[in-house]
Design a protein around this ligand. Structure first.
Ligand code: F6R
Length: 240
């Protein structure tokens, strides 16, 4: 496991983007596992800037981690909308090469469809953020490490954390579809980014605590190719 502690958010984004860029340059047909949330935004900005100059995503495929149940692609808080406005519309990737779970329709059928899709798209790298409770994607504490795509009822801490994006906390969807931990672990390389002291406990538990479902991100200890990029706040409770 490689751990970088960046001096600021810009450096964190540059280090993390470097790993994605190397993959896209060495394999123009690579499959990138992507995440939503605030932390990857700097990486997506760098991807867009580089694409405007020299790096093409025309044959790249992307697979996202999760989506809210009930939100359509045009809802401004859906993860499909987030990806289009923050990345896909700013690079030259054809939209048909981008995959995000569909939050409309029958969630159970959508989970099975997504599993079948994941089986055809082995990820070269999976980008991850982490929740303050140690979640990865929407795999909340207690999720078995063997899980595949499933629907979840969001924990109160996740609803509270995501309320900042909605007009009121009542509008935050209570359910989501998420890639399971087994499929996250199937990626060749995992790249986790985290910022801020509010993530420090989760990072310490994930990287130095016992690897078990009480902290979903602690599963990363069982993967053989993991890169962690933190700012000083997120790294502040790590003891080496
Ligand atoms: C989003 C996702 C979540 C976030 C996590 C951290 O696709 O999978 O697990 O990565 O909630 O979110 P931010 O980056 O907003 O702190």
């Amino acid at each position: 496991m490689k751990i970088f502690i960046a001096k600021d958010y810009e450096e964190l984004s540059t280090i993390a983007y470097g790993y994605i860029k190397d993959i896209v340059k060495s394999n123009p047909r690579a499959v990138l596992g992507l995440a939503t949330g605030s932390t990857p935004l700097g990486i997506y900005r760098l991807m867009a800037e580089d694409c405007a100059q020299k790096i093409s995503y025309k044959e790249i495929r992307t697979v996202n981690l999760d989506e809210y149940v009930g939100l359509s692609a045009t809802h401004d808080q859906s993860y499909r909308y987030f990806m289009q406005t923050n990345l896909f519309n700013k690079i030259d990737i054809p939209l048909q090469n981008t995959f995000v779970p569909d939050g409309t329709g029958d969630p159970v059928a959508e989970c099975r469809r997504y599993d079948a899709l994941l089986d055809t798209l082995p990820r070269d790298i999976q980008l991850l953020g982490i929740g303050t409770n140690g979640h990865i994607a929407f795999n909340e504490p207690g999720t078995p490490f063997e899980s595949r795509t499933h629907t979840v009822t969001l924990n109160q801490s996740t609803i509270d954390a995501n309320a900042r994006f909605f007009q009121s906390i009542n509008e935050v969807p209570r359910r989501a579809i998420t890639m399971g931990i087994k499929d996250i672990m199937a990626a060749k390389r995992l790249l986790l980014v985290a910022t801020g002291t509010n993530k420090a406990d989760a990072i310490a538990k994930a990287l130095k605590g016992k690897s078990d479902p009480s902290c979903p991100a602690s599963v990363l200890q069982q993967h053989n190719d993991v890169v962690i990029v933190l700012d000083q706040g997120a790294a502040s409770k790590l003891v080496f």
